[in-house]
Design a binder for this molecule. Structure first.
Ligand SMILES: [Ca+2]
Length: 323
């Protein structure tokens, strides 16, 4: 019996998204995971760019073009701009020219919410959604087809900041703060959402030395060259924006979702009811957990609040050698 997880990756590449996809594909190569679809979201850069970026990286990694690639549902009334200042205008540090051309056509691509609805309906209870972008696509699927997100085996989200500052405002983390209303819909859709917040991803500093280690056997391989160049770019912008306590490296936030699925021993999770501020003048998009010792009538999530970052990164590096 084949028990390997079937996965939809909802992503807005984005440097750390690309590293999450590299990790996932390295597990596919080891016959430990299956990617059933990739849906791209508007977020770090605009929808057309995240789509092209994902398509190009799929080409680099040799992912089959038969894997559906959804284009992001457009989010209206944005209060927060994208994060091209961190990830580059093409979402990958200006490296798009070094990769194979995009193999998917944005105009005729299916919408991400349609892909999610179709996949979950066809295989109820079997597909894990890894969401490493603003939750616009998942929310659109739930609004179009109420109850559809319950058909996922599990929903794993990189997002939120509980006992640490936000990264897009003083209080909000990017994936939640970019579209808090969408996040609210997703968190109300079921009672077992898994959340990997900044509290733990702020500790996942990937360094140029680690990039050298994982590429040293095959320095001239196109994937190795891409990893080295992307690491160099992301490290530079991360230092400018003071994301790594001055350490030479960058945060691979989104890769924490892969760790949860395949290396759960590196994480400690707390049960709780995640709530999202939708109205606050200074706190919109902030995520909350009530830590008071009062009886709680409900919980909707499992939230990771501690991480064994050394071992998580060690697993990441060893797996990526399989690409
Ligand atoms: Ca992302």
């Amino acid at each position: 019996m084949n028990k390997k997880p079937k996965i939809i990756l909802d992503t807005d590449p984005g440097g750390d998204d690309i590293f999450a996809l590299l990790w996932l594909q390295s597990l596919v190569r080891q016959n430990l995971a299956e990617i059933v679809a990739i849906t791209t979201a508007q977020g770090n850069v605009e929808a057309e760019v995240t789509f092209a970026c994902a398509s190009q990286v799929m080409g680099l990694l040799g992912l089959e073009s038969s894997i559906p690639l959804g284009k992001g549902v457009i989010c209206q009334q944005l209060e927060i701009g994208d994060a091209a200042y961190i990830h580059g205008n093409d979402g990958m540090g200006g490296l798009s020219g070094t990769l194979p051309k995009s193999q998917h056509n944005f105009e005729i691509a299916p919408a991400a919410d349609e892909v999610i609805i179709e996949q979950l309906s066809a295989s109820p209870g079997q597909i894990t959604i890894i969401a490493i972008a603003p939750l616009t696509n998942l929310a659109a699927a739930e609004e179009k087809c109420p109850g559809i997100l319950k058909l996922a085996k599990e929903i794993i989200i990189m997002g939120g900041a509980f006992q640490v500052p936000g990264n897009v405002t003083a209080n909000a983390e990017f994936n939640i703060g970019f579209n808090p209303e969408a996040a609210e819909i997703v968190f109300q859709s079921r009672t077992d959402i898994v959340v990997l917040p900044l509290d733990i991803t702020n500790k996942l500093i990937f360094t140029p030395e680690m990039a050298v280690e994982l590429t040293k056997e095959q320095q001239n391989h196109s994937i190795s060259k891409f990893v080295m160049a992307l690491t160099e770019f992301m490290t530079k912008t991360s230092l400018v924006y003071r994301q790594t306590e001055g350490k030479n490296g960058f945060l691979i936030h989104d890769a924490a979702t892969i760790a949860y699925l395949f290396y759960p021993e590196t994480l400690l999770l707390q049960r709780g009811n995640v709530e999202i501020e939708l109205n606050g003048k200074l706190t919109k998009g902030q995520t909350f957990l009530d830590h008071r010792h009062f009886p709680k009538s409900q919980s909707n999530s499992w939230v990771a609040l501690e991480v064994d970052n050394y071992n998580l990164l060690a697993c990441f590096i060893e797996d990526l050698k399989h690409l």
